[in-house]
Design a protein around this ligand. Structure first.
Ligand SMILES: Nc1ncnc2c1ncn2[C@@H]1O[C@H](COP(=O)(O)OP(=O)(O)OP(=O)(O)O)[C@@H](O)[C@H]1O
Ligand SMILES: [Mg+2]
Length: 323
């Protein structure tokens, strides 16, 4: 069932409460699909990355090949928002400096430095990198799997494209303390008839950015292209949070294809675990009642450390064996 999902979608988001197994599940699914010939881009959007640990390799903002077998492979990325911010501001700064007279360069630079650390700039940068990876992987990868940050953060991120005004727009539209600078920038950009190319250049940048976010928004809300896999464990709080996540995704127009109930206790390994398992059943019943027909995929508690392709394989078998 999860393999069919991997085969038929372009983007899969894997989310859930902290520590429930998002990184392990997204990695194991990537591995399973790569073994069936899929070319997978596996992207961690969580600022506190642990994707590298799962694969026992150090990863970066660029793609690192972590698994390959015949035609299939997994390339992994840990998004580094600061790197995106630096890249973005380097471009904006170069354009600004070219457009502005020398005497305004110092205040322009000051303004850019302030904008860099503005609230939300990291989230915007993560989203920008997601949009970029989705676009650039169109021909090179069959599927992009996002290993996301704990629930609230990810949902905020996914709801951003609609609200997001680009940084460049903000720079030019700013009405607060940088009004004087913004007015100067506007006058340079907007009124010089003898320099239409400057205006056109900024416009092109703005439009390219807006198009990219619109493309992402369209893809994410298209249930034929994108699905969200919620990972949970069968305890009270994680189950309550999973129910919440499914509801919020519905409001955002995002399809929840399945819920992985991870680390199920065994029934045949002593009284304590058997009792635990019985309590888990109650939580699962509550989940089932709340989420209707969304398939639940139950995965047992495994003995080993889930690090490296070999041990992820064991989880991959459990995940994909489920009907
Ligand atoms: N089915 C399982 N059986 C045993 N251990 C598991 C199982 N699934 C995950 N784990 C272990 O649980 C721990 C947490 O898993 P993981 O890092 O995948 O969670 P996460 O949701 O990504 O956490 P975070 O929110 O911190 O990113 C890891 O040590 C992992 O090896
Ligand atoms: Mg993780």
């Amino acid at each position: 069932m999860l393999l069919d999902l991997a085969r038929s979608r372009r983007l899969l988001f894997v989310g859930g409460k902290g520590g429930v197994g998002k990184t392990s599940v997204s990695s194991a699914l990537a591995l399973a699909y790569a073994r069936h010939g899929g070319r997978v881009l596996l992207v961690s959007t969580d600022p506190a990355h642990n994707l590298g640990q799962a694969w026992d390799q150090s990863l970066s903002d660029g793609a690192t090949r972590v698994f390959t077998q015949e035609n299939g492979h997994v390339d992994a990325v840990e998004i580094d928002p600061q790197a995106t911010i630096e890249r973005h501001f380097a471009t904006v700064s170069a354009t600004m400096m070219r457009l502005l007279p020398d005497r305004l360069h110092a205040s322009a630079q000051q303004h850019l430095d302030q904008a860099k650390s503005a609230p939300g700039s990291h989230e915007s940068a993560v989203l920008e990198r997601i949009a970029e990876l989705v676009e650039t992987s169109r021909d090179s990868h069959d599927l992009v799997i996002f290993d996301t940050a704990p629930s609230g953060h990810t949902l905020r991120l996914l709801s951003l494209p609609e609200k997001l005004t680009t940084w460049t727009e903000t720079l030019l539209a700013s009405r607060d303390r940088s009004e004087r600078f913004a007015a100067a920038a506007r006058s340079v950009v907007g009124t010089k008839d003898d320099e239409p190319s400057a205006d056109a250049e900024l416009r092109r940048t703005l439009i390219a950015r807006r198009d990219r976010f619109e493309l992402l928004r369209g893809l994410v809300t298209d249930s034929l292209a994108t699905s969200f896999i919620v990972v949970s464990i069968a305890e009270r709080l994680p189950i309550a949070e999973s129910i919440d996540v499914v509801q919020q995704l519905t409001v955002l127009g995002i399809d929840t294809s399945s819920i992985v109930v991870n680390r199920r206790s065994p029934s045949d390994a002593g009284d304590v675990l058997a009792e635990r398992r019985a309590r888990e059943e109650q939580h699962i019943a509550r989940l089932r009642a709340a989420v209707g027909s969304i398939p639940l995929i139950q995965v047992p508690l495994l003995a080993g450390d889930l690090t490296g392709a070999d041990s992820l394989s064991e989880l991959a078998v459990c995940l994909t064996a489920a009907a």
